[in-house]
Design a protein around this ligand. Structure first.
Ligand code: ARG
Length: 577
């Protein structure tokens, strides 16, 4: 049930009935305060202005035509012409009843789209670092959310698996294999890369060989391909361990690296030239874009092929967008990449649109995010100034969580403790990221994210176990259907029910904007409302059996909603903690 959509429909019908244009905006929003009802329609003023009418008078006419019988218990006009809608408890009870009866909380099925999500995208022969963590975590929440709604989600892990550095890496891998006479594990990718670079800079013969390998690799030489593939495999095997630890849904089959688009590049350059979009300039092939100006105020030149014939990151992203539309049949493409790459994407997509590779009807969306900062407000680094490895970060999270849960549960056995610490620790890192608006930088702070109070994973996970404990205490199996009917006699019950029924409009917003923090804020608020309800409306000790059943049902719907919401975020729950 999407209450906002339902009310919007009703209000706009009433507006049209009194002379508003067919495309009028009812602007129905959740009310900020209880005294303004559950929802407010704020669109009257703008329409009154257009029609040259007095807004309050228009509001009165709209209210007369508003068909909310059985849905609203009261409709009021406030201020200059706001319409406040108070939902009827009986109606809310009915809706809550059907949400509880439905395995997907009664969320309306969507018209399924094919949605490609570009996220994580680490680089080969480099360890994943904190810079990839936001893309991985937020992108995965988007994938889970859209999948829950019924879309066909294609996860595209655009790994950096191509470029001139591979000549050097192949030459170094070869050297290592020769010296160690065994298949090396590449345990420390960071060191491997560093050493390769050092050898390249110091050893001219090595550098020569490396340059030769670049050309050979690009020419499809079998030996170089095999060595290259080895590097990709080792890297992705290590990254998969991190994905699994993070409870991220990416697998090996989602890898669609830069190399996938190689064969398309010559054709793209030729086509852009034929279309008159690309021109030769100082030996390179360039697209000049009026939409972007350089420092001199002239159209910016975007290089798509270098003088030496090499292609660029932009050329690949042009091909990649084309591929996602033509081959993957994307209806929509989301890119979770940090905000510093915004200009790069805009240039690539401007060219994509001009060349007609992806029609305007298929949105290409940059869901950008800011940086992860340390407590000092500077880029998050190790004490010595190096980049922090993601695996080290996760180790620390679990270590800290272990101390925390052990203190709270002195009697818990070691196995359960270990499992719980993992869920809490990893959940904390993920939730801290997900709960902040993604467009801004965010401060990574262990104490905040592991706190049991506030909008944190431990708090949310704990809130869930608290709801479940009601059933445990009563010895009721929460998976079996409950008898009785939901009845909302207390204002707190009605408020909780209304909030529970806002799950669909929340998830719809997250799906549209790719903003998981909106889901976090909703769940946090829901947990707070449940607390208030729990304190003031006795569940198990309710005198009347019908009231007891009704409250149990509300508690159950709360548990399911919290769990489902956290699940779309990729945050695990436990039964007790
Ligand atoms: N591998 C790149 C990096 O680490 C991110 C790739 C993002 N995706 C894309 N289609 N450009 O910066």
């Amino acid at each position: 049930m999407n209450i906002q959509a339902l009310l919007s429909e009703k209000v706009s019908q009433a507006m049209i009935a009194v002379g508003a244009p067919a495309d009028c905006e009812p602007m129905v929003r959740q009310s900020a305060r209880v005294q303004f009802g559950d929802y407010q329609a704020n669109g009257i003023m703008a329409v009154a202005k257009k029609l040259g009418q007095q807004p309050r008078q228009l509001a009165e006419q709209v209210v007369q035509h508003l068909a909310l019988d059985g849905i609203a218990s009261k409709v009021e006009i406030a201020g200059p012409g706001f319409i406040n809608i108070f939902l009827a408890p009986e109606w809310l009870a009915q809706q809550a009843e059907s949400a509880l009866a439905s395995p997907r909380l009664d969320v309306t099925p969507v018209e399924a789209q094919t949605i490609v999500i570009d996220y994580s995208a680490p680089n080969v022969a480099k360890e994943m670092h904190v810079g990839h963590v936001r893309s991985t975590i937020i992108g995965d929440a988007a994938a889970r959310t859209l999948e829950f709604l019924g879309h066909n989600v294609i996860r595209a892990n655009h790994v950096g698996d191509w470029g001139t550095q591979f000549g050097m890496l192949i030459a170094y891998l070869e050297k290592q294999q020769r010296e160690h006479h065994e298949a090396i594990a590449l345990a420390d990718l960071e060191a491997f890369y560093r050493e390769a670079k050092k050898t390249y800079d110091e050893d001219e013969a090595f550098a020569e060989r490396a340059r030769g390998y670049v050309v050979k690799l690009q020419g499809g030489d079998e030996y170089c391909r095999t060595m290259w593939k080895k590097l990709v495999d080792i890297t992705m095997t290590q990254n998969q361990t991190v994905y699994d630890r993070l409870n991220v849904t990416l697998t090996r089959k989602d890898v669609m690296g830069e190399s996938l688009y190689n064969d398309m590049l010559p054709g793209i350059v030729a086509d852009l030239k034929a279309k008159g979009l690309a021109v030769e300039s100082e030996g390179a092939t360039v697209v000049f874009l009026d939409e972007f100006k350089n420092k001199e105020g002239e159209p910016m030149g975007v290089i798509i092929q270098k003088k030496d014939g090499g292609y660029l990151y932009t050329t690949t992203d042009i091909a990649c967008a084309k591929y996602r539309y033509e081959q993957l049949h994307a209806d929509r493409v989301l890119y979770y990449i940090d905000s510093r790459q915004h200009q790069h994407l805009m240039q690539a997509w401007t060219i994509v649109r001009k060349a007609g590779y992806v029609p305007e009807s298929v949105p290409l969306e940059h869901h950008m995010f800011g940086m992860m900062l340390g407590k000092d407000g500077r880029p998050f680094k190790t004490r010595s100034g190096g980049t922090i490895k993601l695996s080290d970060l996760l180790d620390e999270a679990v270590e800290r969580a272990t101390a925390l849960v052990a203190e709270k549960n002195p009697d818990m056995d070691a196995d359960e403790l270990c499992k719980l610490a993992n869920i809490v620790g990893i959940g904390a890192v993920k939730y801290a990221d997900l709960s902040k608006s993604r467009t801004t930088d965010y401060i990574f702070d262990w104490d905040n994210m592991l706190a049991f109070e506030g909008n944190t994973a431990p708090y949310m996970q704990y809130a869930y176990t608290r709801v479940l404990s009601v059933f445990r205490k009563a010895g009721i199996d929460e998976t079996a259907p409950l008898a009785g009917k939901i009845q909302l006699s207390d204002a707190r019950e009605a408020q909780l029910a209304a909030r529970l029924l806002q799950f669909e409009e929340t998830i719809t917003q997250v799906a549209r904007d790719g903003t998981p923090h909106v889901m976090c804020a909703y769940l946090y608020d829901l947990a707070g409302l449940f607390s208030g309800f729990y304190e003031h409306c006795p569940i198990l000790s309710a005198e009347d059996e019908a009231v007891r059943q009704s409250r149990l049902k509300l508690a159950l719907l709360t548990a399911r909603t919290l769990k489902q919401g956290l699940d779309t975020l990729g945050i695990e729950t436990v039964e007790r903690m």
